[in-house]
Design a protein around this ligand. Structure first.
Ligand code: M6R
Length: 370
């Protein structure tokens, strides 16, 4: 059943490319336009949507945070991302023009289910992004967009995360198509880039696994790890921190790189391992410069820096102690590749500690209580 892999988690990480490819399948019309008839929402109702609230927990909420950057950029409507268990207790503002998107791999997470019930009671439409056909969350939603990651058995969510991002991106591009906020060519270009992602993920799995494994075994005794990122790298940092926490039982904290000087830098001491998601160096944009200066700050205090950076980034080469390379891709799509070495890293750390990677202590695959 594990198809020759040592663990389900191992197998499922190696299914990341397929999860992305399969989630894209069958969702385009003859002219390459997005075809999401499966949603069964009247395009006129889509045009009316003036706000999106994404509700989810854990890894699914980080996929939602990634999607926020893309959807706001493409559709020009506000997108809020809220942990499902916090959502209904704050009396959120919901109208018939609010689209609530519930993201869940299992479709059975009670917190997310209660959030969607609350949203529907308030008259909002709920769309589920889910990996499990016929589960409760899609059954109770107005519409569903399935991710096609295949069954995910390991407690740590991996391939479902990349599939959730793809599904949320398809939704964003569809909204942009219906509302006319992007030109056809822009949509086509992004779709082409999405279609190129499975082979880029494959490249990471094929070429970076050895560096990741060596790095993990050299850091197996580290007491804590910090993860930093900016823009879409921020949720990726949070996700990398969560993976390591739940599988390798290591204390980790993920935060926005810009927050460093507002507190977390006090934690940095010589030898502290810090994983930094570095945005594309092409054009050496502002984002890249800012993240590189965060690396310089922590290096100056003796941190051991592991960068996730674009191939050929000279600054990553110069300042980081180790680099996990990503092939060039548009910034908004980079989480699909950047998370892969972090998933492998958590797996390798857990293996070095001889832990059960598929069934970490105290955790259940789906949390069916509030
Ligand atoms: O099934 P769901 O996507 O609703 O689950 C949400 C979280 O419980 C889940 O992502 C959890 O954080 C994972 N263990 C993360 O690896």
């Amino acid at each position: 059943q594990k198809g020759g892999w040592d663990s389900y988690m191992d197998k499922e990480i190696h299914e990341d490319p397929k999860a992305v490819a399969d989630t894209l399948l069958g969702r385009f019309g003859p002219e390459g336009e997005l075809n999401l008839d499966e949603l069964r929402i009247d395009p006129e109702d889509i045009r009316q949507v003036d706000k999106i609230i994404i509700v989810a927990c854990g890894t699914a909420s980080y996929a939602g945070m990634v999607a926020k950057y893309a959807i706001e950029h493409w559709v020009r409507i506000p997108v809020e991302v809220e942990l499902a268990h916090e959502f209904r207790y704050r009396d959120p503002i919901l109208t018939s023009r609010t689209l609530v998107v519930a993201i869940s791999q299992s479709g059975e997470t009670m917190d997310t289910l209660m959030a969607l019930r609350h949203a529907r009671e308030q008259g909002s439409r709920v769309l589920a992004i889910c990996n499990t056909q016929g589960s409760t969350i899609p059954r109770e939603s107005d519409a569903v967009l399935y991710t096609h990651a295949g069954p995910e058995i390991a407690v740590a969510s991996t391939k479902a995360f990349v599939a959730q991002i793809v599904a949320a991106y398809l939704l964003g591009l569809y909204l942009a198509q219906v509302k006319g906020t992007l030109f056809r060519d822009e949509i086509h270009q992004t779709v082409d880039s999405l279609r190129a992602m499975p082979s880029k993920i494959e490249w990471v799995l094929d070429t970076q696994a050895d560096t990741v494994e060596r790095t993990a075994s050299s850091l197996v005794d580290a007491k804590s790890f910090l993860f930093l990122g900016r823009h879409v790298g921020y949720p990726v940092a949070m996700e990398g921190a969560l993976k390591l926490k739940e599988i390798a039982y290591t204390f980790t904290e993920g935060f926005a790189a810009g927050e460093l000087k507002h507190g977390p830098i006090a934690l940095v001491e010589p030898g502290e391992p810090i994983v930094v998601i570095v945005p594309s160096a092409r054009g050496r944009g502002t984002l890249h410069k800012k993240v590189v200066s965060a690396i310089e700050e922590v290096k100056a205090r003796g941190a051991f820096v592991i960068a996730v950076a674009e191939q050929g980034d000279p600054d990553a080469e110069e300042y980081a102690d180790v680099v996990f390379w990503r092939p060039a891709c548009p910034t908004l799509l980079s989480p699909l590749v950047d998370v892969v070495p972090l998933q492998l890293f958590a797996l390798d750390m857990a293996k070095s500690k001889d832990l059960d990677v598929d069934k970490p202590r105290n955790l259940a695959k789906s949390v069916t209580v509030e």
